[in-house]
Write a protein that binds this ligand. Sequence first.
Ligand SMILES: [Zn+2]
Ligand SMILES: [Zn+2]
Length: 180
Amino acid sequence: MVVSCEQVWREISNYLEEDMEPGLRTSMEEHIRRCKRCTTVLDGTRNVVQLYGDERMFEVPLGFSQRLQRRLEENMPRSRRSFLGWMVATAAAVLVAGSFELGRSSVFSHSELRSEHAQPGTGVPPDMMVVVATDGKTFHAAGCPFIHDKAHLRTIAAQEALRQGYAPCVRCMRKYLNAG
Ligand SMILES: [Zn+2]
Ligand SMILES: [Zn+2]
């Protein structure tokens, strides 16, 4: 059986609690051994489970914002198991987003040079019209819900946005960024 990264993340809390059929477990072990991303997610998840899996799990660790604390309380489920599942899903999402962020900054670091000859290293079509906020650092597809400053928008070509040092929005530009 071949499992995808998404399947691994979905099943990861069962995996850690050793609550799954042996066939799937073997497939996951196989996948994780070869996949750096899933190895990172698994290690991170283990840490989270160690942090939250014990009796002190609702003590909010240092550095957690009040907003996150409120969200934790709102989402507090009835059983430890579903809490763990929720926490693990969140941790996996953060880890995946984090590694994506790292990859992005190396790919786009050259655009900070603003060189005449810089070739945008993205899958974003250079002539695609995108939206930038004057004070923002990212460019978006028109209508992206993650555009914050809707009052000062400009529409320019993607290659122009890259040349000016804007980075693609990881939400609305995702499909292009993954293409490469
Ligand atoms: Zn994987
Ligand atoms: Zn966007």
